[in-house]
Design a protein around this ligand. Structure first.
Ligand SMILES: Cc1cc2nc3c(=O)[nH]c(=O)nc-3n(C[C@H](O)[C@H](O)[C@H](O)COP(=O)(O)OP(=O)(O)OC[C@H]3O[C@@H](n4cnc5c(N)ncnc54)[C@H](O)[C@@H]3O)c2cc1C
Length: 438
């Protein structure tokens, strides 16, 4: 079958340009065999490749990436490696308590794994155990924080509720009315992290970058075809998020929803003093349709908001032009003391969402496996699902693997054109309802 849609992310991702440059590994040319081939070198594919290589030290693992590591969604997110369950489908973000407990274990395992790798390989990715603020402005957002607090009580997790008067000491800005601080989130420079992970892969992993798979033939071996040759693999792992749908699986079940970010130039010393607050922090919105803000360790401010539904999974310039204006407005509301500070980069990237917020983990067909659909939480979740998939393929079973295998997976969506109409309406309505939080 032909793979009709290939990733095409914009070239303006600030994290990519601000992280250490590396030489991409050569694209694949010619024909080769492999026992294992993984499609997609984001958090999920990198973790799966590493763990397969450790579990099967005598096997050669092939990892194929259409673009360059650090340029795809894993390198262009807001960089929150979140510990707590973040079930945006539940009123209190926690939902069913037993599911939440296991989700917490999964996320903590993902964080631990990343932390260990960063330390072991000296990856310079500004990893900071800063925690995160969930900040509200509108009454609706404040009600969400109260519900979330009750959820955290149920889960027995620490937090601090910070009121309007105290918040400027934390974030500098006087914009927010209330925030709930949870200490367990880790903040990273995501592109630097995935580039570092790619450089630290075990010796029995061969990474091919700029090698988009354009055709696939399934059989007792799977033939992955690209413009300069093919790879014949005994086992294939799809770790390419919503692009997994174009390999014939979970068709129409994942929604490539794009969200957008801008990052400023570094603040001068005077500007840092005008801003005040802690030297670096991350705040996510109480309303899921609101704005994420970060102050980075290199003294830049990041704004992330706005959504578009791009069914082909590819970036679209018209949205970048539209949403940079919204970023500027959101920045001006939050940082009126910094009118002269401009954005240096604006970019977008795909979240693979499912209406039931469930990802896929397990077997898709004979000798074809997948960890797909991280629902906007792929830094920790993608990492741990990639690792656990490799453990499961090695014959291991544990509570976390059983939990992932039992998850329902992304649910079926209505057909087009109803799907686009419904998703676009929900995105517009959600952003409108977020009010000043957007
Ligand atoms: C602006 C933004 C902010 C976000 N903020 C956060 C956050 O703070 N925390 C968080 O946890 N998550 C966040 N996310 C979501 C997070 O980026 C994703 O969940 C994560 O990247 C998923 O990782 P992955 O490895 O599963 O997939 P991806 O990162 O999408 O990697 C899949 C790879 O597959 C490759 N691929 C696709 N098709 C092919 C093909 N045919 N041949 C070869 N390769 C192919 C792609 O090029 C891609 O690099 C955010 C996303 C965006 C866009």
């Amino acid at each position: 079958m032909k793979v009709h849609f290939l990733p095409a992310d914009d070239s303006t991702c600030g994290w990519y340009h601000l992280s250490p440059a590396r030489t991409p590994k050569p694209a694949h040319r010619g024909h080769r065999d492999a026992r294992w081939a993984i499609i997609g070198a984001g958090f999920t594919g990198l973790a799966a490749a590493r763990q397969l290589a450790l579990n099967f030290p005598d096997d050669e693992i092939v990892l194929v990436e259409a673009q360059e590591v650090g340029l795809g969604p894993s390198g262009r997110n807001a960089g929150f490696a979140i510990d707590l369950p973040h079930d945006i489908g539940a009123d209190d973000y926690i939902g069913d308590i037993e599911t939440a407990k296991t989700t917490l274990k999964l996320n903590l395992a993902g964080q631990d794994y990343l932390r260990q790798l960063v330390k072991a390989h000296g990856i310079n990715c500004h990893m900071e155990a800063s925690g995160k603020y969930q900040a509200a402005v509108e009454p609706r957002g404040m009600a969400v924080l109260d519900a979330y607090r009750r959820g955290l009580d149920k889960l027995n997790q620490p937090y601090e509720m910070i009121d309007e008067a105290e918040l400027p000491q934390h974030l500098g800005t006087h914009f927010y009315k209330k925030a709930l601080f949870t200490p367990g989130a880790i903040l990273v420079q995501p592109s630097a992290l995935v580039k570092g992970l790619a450089e630290a892969l075990p010796d029995n992993v061969t990474l091919y970058e700029w090698t988009p798979i354009t055709q696939v033939e399934y059989g007792c071996h799977t033939r992955l075809i690209h413009s300069s040759g093919s790879i014949n693999a005994a086992n294939v792992i799809l770790a390419n998020n919503s692009f997994g749908m174009h390999f014939g699986f979970l068709k129409g079940r994942m929604l490539p929803i794009f969200t957008y970010a801008s990052i400023t130039r570094p603040l001068s010393l005077d500007e840092q003093i005008q801003l005040g607050g802690k030297p670096h922090w991350g705040a996510i919105p109480a309303d899921p349709f609101g704005t994420t803000v970060r102050r980075t360790p290199d003294n830049r401010l990041l704004i992330r908001n706005s959504f578009s539904f791009n069914p082909d999974g590819r970036s679209n310039q018209k949205y970048l032009e539209r949403f940079v204006r919204r970023h500027k407005a959101s920045f001006a509301l939050r940082f009126p003391m910094l009118p002269q500070v401009t954005f240096e980069y604006t970019w977008g990237g795909a979240l693979a969402m499912a209406r039931n917020h469930s990802g896929f983990f397990g077997q898709l067909a004979p000798n074809v496996y997948g960890a797909l659909g991280c629902n906007g939480l792929g830094v920790t979740r993608g990492t741990i699902t990639g690792k656990l998939l490799a453990d499961w393929l090695h014959g291991e079973r544990n509570e976390l693997i059983d939990f992932l295998l039992a998850s329902p997976g992304p649910n079926v969506n209505p057909p087009q054109p109803f799907l686009s109409a419904g998703v676009n309406f929900n995105l517009l309505w959600g952003q409108y309802r977020a009010g000043r939080e957007s």
